[in-house]
Structures are given as structure tokens and as C-alpha cells.
Design a binder for this molecule. Sequence first.
Ligand SMILES: Cc1cc2nc3c(=O)[nH]c(=O)nc-3n(C[C@H](O)[C@H](O)[C@H](O)COP(=O)(O)O)c2cc1C
Length: 172
Amino acid sequence: MKHLIVYSSVTGNTKKIAEAIAQIFDEGADIFPVEAAPPADDYDFIAIGFWVDRGTADHKTQAYLRTIHGKKVALFATLGAYPDSEHAAKSMANAAALLADDNKLLGSFICQGKVASRLLEKFKDLPEGHPHAMTPEREARHREAAKHPDANDLQKAQEIFASLLTKISLVH
Ligand SMILES: Cc1cc2nc3c(=O)[nH]c(=O)nc-3n(C[C@H](O)[C@H](O)[C@H](O)COP(=O)(O)O)c2cc1C
């Protein structure tokens, strides 16, 4: 069975998760940035990784998700918000909803990822009351995000995908 990992990553957070996941496939996996993704026809299982952009998958991954048919799929993502937040759950669900019904979604993983400093600079200038204006709570979240993905995130991603592999062999 051939495994494919396709990821979208602007600042490298999601790429780190993709590379960690690639290590768990004994028989190897092909790994590509979404811009260079090969035709999916040759693969049985595709792990698709994205960075969260305004509450869903980034645009390139949105387009890619729509092209996938009849595959076993698992999703992974990084975002600025906390991974156990409603926003994280919704962002993952919004991305999953872009997959056609003829795919089988086996599972997902999401963790925090450092937010680009150019975006944080913009937030600093926003007036009080703006939905993205800096508050002590948001600053704390960004400080935490700046530490991710860390070694623990990479390990968790590997554990989740390792258990998915068992599922794949069961639903083969
Ligand atoms: C334009 C833009 C929009 C973003 N939108 C969200 C968002 O809606 N929710 C969130 O939690 N993080 C958001 N983020 C943060 C990124 O998802 C996060 O930093 C991610 O780890 C970046 O991944 P990458 O390094 O693989 O590009 C956004 C970042 C940018 C630059």
C-alpha cells in the first residue's frame, strides 16, 4: 500500500508535523508540499496537513481537499489558538467538510503553531474592542503558540498516526 503526505505550510509549523508523521511509516511515505502534490490515484492513504486560515484550511489545501476521491484520509493542522478550543475543533470540521463523501476520514491531529510576527504586529495596532485586538489573554495564547510545534506535539502526531495505521490495516 502506498502512503502519501501532502502539507501546506508558509512558516514551517505544519511542515514539521508532516515530517514527523513521515517517520512512522515502516515502508516509507511520499511527502510533498501541496504545490507539488502528485496525482492521488497511486495512493491508498493520504495524510493532508494545513495551517488554519480564518477558521478553516488555508486556500491551497481547500482546493486540494476537493480533488480527493475514494481515499482513506487523515488530516493534521497547526493553528494559533489552543488545540482543545472550540475554534480548533470547528476549523478541523470545516476542513473535513470539504472532503467528498466517497472518502473515508480516519482521524485528525491539531496543535498550536507560532503565529507569523507580521500578523502579530498588525494585531498590536488594532483598536480596543476589535475582535483581534491584543488582550492579556490573547498575548498569553500567542506566547504559548510561539513554543509550538514542540517535541511533545511531534510525538503526539506520531502516536495518533501510528494508531491510524493500525486502523488502515483493519479497514483495508
Ligand atoms: C493570514 C493568517 C490567518 C490565520 N488564521 C488563523 C485562524 O483563523 N485561527 C488560528 O487559530 N490561527 C490562525 N493563523 C495562525 C496559523 O494558522 C498558525 O500560525 C500556523 O501554525 C501557521 O502554519 P505554517 O507555519 O505551517 O504556515 C493564521 C495565520 C495567518 C498568517
